[in-house]
Design a protein around this ligand. Structure first.
Ligand code: UD1
Length: 423
């Protein structure tokens, strides 16, 4: 297991190119299963998670043409040879569960293991399954597998989600595009990745309106063709580097980042005393010499503050002037970074879903351990701001979601080195 050595204390200055969005790419890859002609995705992030999804698709019979290091991935699902997604593949990454809906819609049946994923709470899939049942599927859970069948095809349905779920919204949308008749999704998630998925599906023949709003209407079609689609920039990666620049100081241009996807974070950064300017090439983020101000955070579904940036913002708040309250409303058990940040000298107390962060003057380097994807990168941010050397262990979590992190930060002056093997 690799680890990262980071010598903090210096500013970040330069240009950071933002990769395609992991969370969008994974669903677009699942969407390829619905297409009887090749779907070519560009701006694909080269990540452990997206490569892993490619492997699963190959197991299902999809011809994947994605050369190493390339950002263009061609997926040809003309023939699907298997409708079984085994435990070994699905347990490692929750998003692989999203092959269930497309297989069910296109082939009429699928057997997919219940997912694993990040250690950030129970993360059930009950809403996904209820949506398929509403569309007429028979669902049985046996020995950790979901067996779904709709042998005469799925039927359009009116689905009211009891609370907002990104995954369930996307998954229901994926299944409904080939259903017979109209499906209406109410209380749908509004994340930019959902609009991205709908744009892509529409470009290959689907009929979806309202994606990006709480009500999505999908008119079923009999087949989807193929085409080319460019994945949106990763707002979480962009937000992470914006926070890193705020914590370390300096000025970075986040090339390709879209301000409209990050409104809540930008508001919070500005309140904290960080300059964020939208330019033609992306977002320019700089921190003046003054202190970082303490700002409270309440995570919420989009357009609220993203849970996927909570850990990173907490890292910034550890060096703020004052005390901030951070409330995690999406996932239980998503404060595992707090004790690790405390090892760097932060002063954080967690009570249930709320963390109180009392700003300290200076963090100091230490040994820390990455626990999940976003938590790991919060440790990198804190390490950049800390005095001395920090060793971040178990960085494989980072490789799941951040493309060329050391290189991108290194080019902006960060002293960050990957070492093989952990202690
Ligand atoms: C997606 C993102 C993840 C992000 C999250 C919230 C991907 C690959 N992952 O995860 O990075 O943090 O959105 O923005 O896109 N829930 C249920 N039953 C369900 C589904 C969800 O109880 O059937 C709960 C979850 O446990 C969680 C909440 O609903 O507490 C929101 O989860 P959801 O929006 O579905 O997150 P994911 O799609 O898993």
């Amino acid at each position: 297991m690799d680890r990262l050595s980071i010598h903090g204390g210096g500013p970040l200055n330069g240009v950071i190119p933002i990769s395609g969005a992991k969370n969008s790419a994974l669903k677009l890859m699942a969407a390829a299963l619905l297409c009887d002609q090749p779907l070519q995705l560009s701006s694909m992030p080269n990540l452990a998670d997206t490569r892993f999804m490619a492997r699963l698709l190959e197991q299902l019979g999809v011809r994947v043409d994605w050369p190493a290091g390339s950002s263009v991935c061609r997926l040809d699902a003309e023939t699907i040879s298997s409708t079984i997604a085994p435990y070994d593949l699905v347990r490692k990454m929750r998003a692989t569960f999203n092959v269930l809906g497309p297989l069910l819609a296109r082939i009429g049946h699928a057997t997919v293991s219940l997912p694993g994923g990040c250690a950030i709470g129970a993360r059930p899939v009950d809403l996904h399954l209820k949506a398929f049942e509403a569309m007429g599927a028979d669902i049985v859970i046996e020995q950790g597998y979901v067996k779904a069948a709709a042998l005469r095809g799925l039927k359009g349905a009116h689905i009211l989600f009891p609370f907002v779920s990104v995954g369930a919204t996307e998954h229901a949308m994926l299944a409904a595009v080939l259903a017979d008749g109209e499906t209406v999704l109410e209380n749908a998630a509004c994340e930019p990745e959902i609009a991205d998925l709908a744009f892509c599906l529409n470009s290959v023949g689907a009929r979806i309106t309202g994606a990006g709003t709480p009500i999505i209407r999908i008119q079923g079609v009999s087949r989807l063709g193929g085409g080319r689609y460019d994945v949106i920039p990763d707002r979480i990666e962009a937000g992470t580097y914006a926070i890193a620049a705020a914590a370390a100081g300096g000025e970075v241009l986040l090339e390709g980042a879209r301000g409209e996807d990050l409104v809540s974070l930008i508001d919070h950064l500005r309140l904290a005393g960080v300059r964020v300017v939208a330019e033609e090439r992306g977002l320019r983020v700089s921190r003046a010499d003054g202190p970082i101000h303490a700002v409270d955070v309440d995570t919420a579904p989009h357009p609220g503050f993203p849970t996927d940036l909570q850990a990173q913002f907490m890292a910034l708040m550890t060096i703020a002037d004052g005390t901030s309250l951070i409330r995690e409303n999406i996932f239980e058990n998503r404060f595992m970074h707090a004790p690790e940040l405390n090892r760097l000298g932060a002063d954080i107390t967690v009570r249930g879903r709320e963390a109180t962060v009392r700003g300290v003057r200076q963090l100091k380097g230490a040994q820390v351990m990455a626990t999940d994807l976003r938590a790991s990168v919060s440790l990198v941010i804190a390490a950049l701001a800390a005095e001395g050397e920090t060793m971040v262990n178990r960085v494989y979590h980072l490789d799941r979601g951040f493309e060329r992190l050391e290189e991108k930060l290194g080019r902006c002056g960060a002293r960050i080195t990957r070492l093989s093997g952990s202690i």
